[in-house]
Design a protein around this ligand. Sequence first.
Ligand code: APR
Ligand code: PHB
Length: 395
Amino acid sequence: MRTQVAIIGAGPSGLILGQLLHKAGIDAVILERRTGEYVLSRIRAGVLEQVAVDLLDEAGVGERMHREGLVHEGFEILAWGKRHRIDLHGLTGGKCVTVYGQTELTRDLMEARAAQGLPTVYEAEDVAIHDFGGTKPYVTYRKDGREHRLDCDFIAGCDGFHGVCRASVPKNAIREYEKVYPFGWLGLLSDTPPVNDELIYINSPRGFALCSMRSRTRSRYYLQVPLTDKVEDWSDDMFWEELKRRLDDEGRERLVTGPSLEKSIAPLRSFVSEPLRFGRLFLAGDAGHIVPPTGAKGLNLAATDVKLLSTALIEHYVEGSDAGLDHYSERTLRRIWRAERFSWWFTMLTHKFPNENPIEEKLRESELEYVLHSEAGRRTIAENYVGLPLDFGES
Ligand code: APR
Ligand code: PHB
């Protein structure tokens, strides 16, 4: 089999890239090691920046998102028992975010791809990438017990943090930056109305918590928990009781509890690998970087990575120019580091760090108090949360 771009991974990065390339008349095959159902069963975040919303429209998959997604003009930070509103709209000259679950977005992308008859190989085993340092890369994999070979011009590594693409690059050609945080997030999804119309990020003496949502009838809540905790240690009742302790009186009164549809613990990590291009292999999304979820940047970064990558590939095929491909790594990394910085900073500001030196704890509290009470501070949060422009810092 032959294609122009072999895309490894059918998460949001691979699926959006496939859609953008298809719109431009470029062929791509997606190889995914899991089943479609498995991909859809992973519960991930759900806050989209305007840049990502525009991109999904451009990819032709925005219809349900506009119908069912919730536009949020602000969110709350609860600290010392008091709520502070981050007026995204007012502080950024009219920008907002759209709350629409990654699972739903992935479903829309999968359905659009299937409706267009575009090739996706699910349950592709032992995917291996070859000769990306030369001009004739190819990919091998096994499906239903048979070996296959896919020849291509380029390989897009959209296979997430644990994928095969980054792992196939020689160690001396790549530099990895990593910070693992000393806690995780325990998430619970339930068919209960959200406790508040807007998200609430909670900084409490018992640790961080987040009240989020998927719709007006489905909520997503998180608790900061020690890394040693296991999901089995947490009954639904224990979760709700602990969330109530971290909320304020209004929240405790309004919180509607119910059985969990899903409960899981995720570690928090900041990670960047540099560069993102190795000959004819390009990394995009979680394959190249991870942010802690506090800034809601993971999906948005994946979307902008593949926007830049698709633009560069289109320039190559349509205009015969490799300038975009040559600049992909540098341009993408600049945006990635900005989101990494914000996600790290917002995590540091809102979480409780175990065994912290008391002066560091005091300084952190003082910084949070400052940013919440200063308009400049709130604007700093707002302009990063809604997403800085794609070309920020380039002029
Ligand atoms: N062969 C084929 N597919 C693979 C391989 C492999 N060796 N390894 C991983 N994959 C697949 C995974 O099964 C997964 O479906 O690649 C896909 C990667 O998808 P994601 O992990 O969702 O990564 P990405 O598409 O970059 O999306 C980033 O997901 O984790 C969130 O916060 C993150 O929202 C962001 C988004
Ligand atoms: C979520 O709804 O899952 C969510 C929202 C905002 C975040 C992280 C996760 O910052």
